[in-house]
Ligand binder design. Sequence first.
Ligand code: ZN
Length: 189
Amino acid sequence: MSEKMCVIIIDMLNDFVTGDLKCERAKQIISNLRRLVDAARKHGVPVIYSNDAHYPNDPEVVHKWGKHAIKGTKGAEVIPELAPLEKDFVLEKRTYSAFFDTGLDPLLRSLYSGEGVKTVVLCGLHTHICVRHTAADAFFRGYKIIIAKDGVESFTQEDHEQGLKYLENVYNARIMTVDEIIREISKKK
Ligand code: ZN
């Protein structure tokens, strides 16, 4: 695979894994994501974190989810197991999509010496919410999409499975295991 890839880790934050909006099922993807980011870093594939960093008056806080991942709090930090390294990119967002007012698109276009990322590997939380909205915006902007099916999770199995099906049907996402993605990353050059 010669496609220029990046790995985007969405909302693997304390509040979503152990805190205010915790999702028990999130724990089962941590070790997979750890292996994926390690492989990406080793093979020069950019790792980008897209993290909720809310103001208390953000619409999704007020109208839907209540208080979570408030900017500057412990709850809004990436879980320690997946803590970003210095060469990773960390972007804050204030709603579901990693592209919404975050500067992600210009960042992707600047990578690989300005040739730009062609394929985004989406991981993290939640399959049917932030991953889905990020995939929509990636699709609209012409990126190919890979979803790590054992690297994304939702509150329920049903949400997760419906999310995967939607991503495949609507955005032509390739649904792959973390091991398959690591194999692609390893033979990239
Ligand atoms: Zn949020």
